[in-house]
Design a protein around this ligand. Structure first.
Ligand code: FAD
Length: 567
């Protein structure tokens, strides 16, 4: 690897019209064009990825004083919540993607896209090493280096196979648009194959057994889509084999959709049973061959072998190799996910931000800070605070860590404020004591309940908007910091910390029925919620072009049904 870099075959500078590549150049000899020198004066922001986090960052970055390089192996943004619909042709693959060049073309800022994958981040020298995925794109040399002043890492995550033998080789995944297209072709393949002569009934049954591993929102939605596709469209076209179709959903825990309210879980499980989708909960996959899955019951240890025609693996996400390598460099090797602070800055490195599925905000660090705030206020080291002191501390924590606000207001602070109102005067006020240990343990319970931020498009896109706003106001906030007081060090932080607003979550269950868990624990299930799902997803499209495509795909499906040709 080193020898290929030492050659430094390709160094890129940028002209207004695009990239200029200089072969066999040493960095000191590089002839830099006038335009390139001008753009050198601008701070260079390198954005890795074109997914939810990166796209919302780019769309909201308004300050034209940055020189932005977007690097991703994918030259488009994909609207992932509609991928399950692509698997069955409810929506066309082209309708859920938007070329990234369309997005950056509309910006006033100086933005360029490079179709390449970053395979190494050199935080010390502020460089990223990239490899083009286009054949012979750079005269046979596909690697190049890009310098940055600020790096925004938003490369998402990869599928997690948990190193179970045979999963990578034999299962389908549902992560990218290509995956969804491949699943669609395989489903139709299975029906065509099962319709061929000279097959035993046993073999036909195996071919038409579709297994989904993972009862999270994606696995459940895919199972529902597949069931609708088979029952609404395929059965009419393949009448001879329709009765042999079987859909099985395997889940290792006791329930599907366990992150949702119990009422939604119960509704989904009952609906699937009514629809004939076989649910196998408490069942873990231990191996996959090209025709069979081996499973083990979590509680009883009972083993089973399940013949299948197609398996879709949807069990969660893992860290990308480039991120694991970077984590080792910056002393985060022991962690599973890249840790940032609440300003989305990667811990242990300068001017590097990480957002979306590839990173998580470090909760442990936050707890340490909260404890430090307490100890600072507890001047006599008694382990208790007076009400006045406590209120100052609580306000401090709320400002700095808004996620505790609800707890502090609803639980301790409110009851203490009420107590104060009822009390007769200052003497009583000051005599009320708050035990720090009790309070800390309560906060850690809040912490464990909050868990880590979920890996969703909602979080990723809110983080992108937040970071773009910080970049837009970088100079202004340098002069007039608007963030909370620093716990360690003097003055205020430049920006307010990132705050996630949960807007609710959908679980489409098929048959034009959807379940939704909305803020304030509002639950809505049924046909009307399906219409809410249609309107939300139409409104969330990144462009009018995709919005029109998606809505017309839905209309086309209502009128003509789904297309079952294998293209
Ligand atoms: P991504 O959107 O995955 O983007 C990562 C980007 O990085 C891609 O452009 C990729 O090409 C690029 N990249 C990868 N490696 C490199 C590299 N080495 N160098 C440079 N670039 C790289 N969330 C919801 O909130 N609601 C839903 O209904 C929902 N449904 C989903 C359905 C499916 C089928 C899937 C797969 C996910 C769904 N999600 C949903 C989750 C959501 O898609 C993710 O949380 C979200 O995509 C994360 O955004 P991101 O920007 O971090 O990563």
């Amino acid at each position: 690897e080193n020898s290929s870099f030492s050659k430094l075959l390709v160094v890129l500078t940028l002209s207004g019209s695009g990239l200029v590549a200089y072969s066999e150049a040493q960095s000191s000899d590089i002839p830099i064009s006038t335009e390139a020198s001008e753009s050198k004066k601008k701070k260079r922001v390198v954005v890795l990825g074109t997914g939810w986090a990166a796209t919302s960052f780019l769309k909201n970055l308004k300050d034209p004083s940055y020189d932005v390089r977007v690097i991703s192996p994918r030259n488009y943004f994909a609207f992932t919540p509609l991928l399950p619909s692509v698997t069955c042709g409810t929506v066309d693959a082209r309708s859920v993607v938007e070329p990234v060049r369309n997005i950056i073309r509309k910006k006033r800022a100086n933005m360029h896209f490079l179709e390449a994958e970053c395979f190494k981040i050199d935080a010390e020298n502020k460089k990223v090493y990239c490899r083009s995925n286009l054949d012979n794109s750079l005269n046979g040399e596909e690697e190049f280096i890009v310098d940055y002043d600020y790096l925004v890492i938003s490369v998402g995550a990869r599928v997690n196979t948990f190193n179970i033998p045979g999963v990578s080789e034999n299962c389908h995944f549902l992560k990218e648009v290509e995956d969804a297209q491949k699943i669609r072709r395989t489903v139709i393949d299975c029906f065509e194959r099962a319709s061929l002569p000279n097959l035993s009934d046993e073999e036909r049954k195996r071919i038409l057994h579709f297994v989904i591993v993972g009862g999270g929102p994606t696995g459940v939605e895919f199972a529902a889509q597949l069931h609708d596709f088979v029952n609404e469209d395929v059965v009419r076209l393949y009448p001879t084999v329709k009765d042999l179709v079987k859909i099985t959903l395997l889940e290792a825990t006791d329930h599907i959709l366990s992150m949702f309210d119990k009422r939604i879980t119960a509704f989904a499980e009952e609906k699937f049973q009514r629809d004939g989708i076989q649910l196998k909960t408490g069942s873990m996959v231990v191996g996959v061959s090209n025709k069979e899955l081996s499973t083990k019951q979590v509680k009883s240890g009972e083993k089973a072998v399940i013949p299948y025609g197609m398996v879709v693996w949807s069990t969660g996400i893992g860290t990308r190799p480039v991120i694991m390598d970077f984590m080792k460099q910056i002393g985060q090797a022991s962690r599973r996910v890249l840790a940032t602070d609440e300003w989305l800055r990667v811990e242990g490195s300068d001017n590097i931000y990480a957002l979306g599925d590839c990173a998580t905000i470090n909760q442990r660090k936050i707890m340490e800070d909260v404890t430090a705030i307490f100890h600072k206020a507890d001047k006599d080291n008694s382990g208790t605070l007076t009400v006045k002191e406590f209120q100052d501390v609580a306000n401090d924590i709320c400002e700095r860590y808004p996620q505790y606000e609800l707890y502090l207001k609803n639980y301790k602070m409110h009851s203490l404020v009420d107590l104060l109102k009822e009390s007769k005067g200052n003497a009583v006020k000051d005599s009320v004591e708050v035990n720090i240990e009790e309070f800390k343990s309560a906060l850690s319970q809040v912490d464990s309940q909050m868990k880590l931020l979920p890996a969703t498009a909602q979080v990723a896109s809110q983080q992108g908007v937040y970071l773009a706003k910080c970049f837009n106001r970088m100079e202004e906030c340098e002069k007039n910091p608007e963030g909370p007081l620093r716990i360690r060090g003097e003055g205020r932080h430049r920006f307010r910390p990132f705050r996630y607003k949960h807007l609710g979550q959908f679980a489409p269950l098929g048959g034009e029925q959807t379940a939704a868990q909305l803020p304030g624990d509002w639950i809505s299930i049924g046909h009307s919620t399906q219409w809410l799902w249609y309107s939300v997803y139409a409104s969330k499209q990144v462009s009018w072009r995709t919005r029109v495509y998606v809505v017309s795909d839905w209309a086309r499906r209502f009128i003509f049904g789904r297309d079952s040709s294998r293209i």
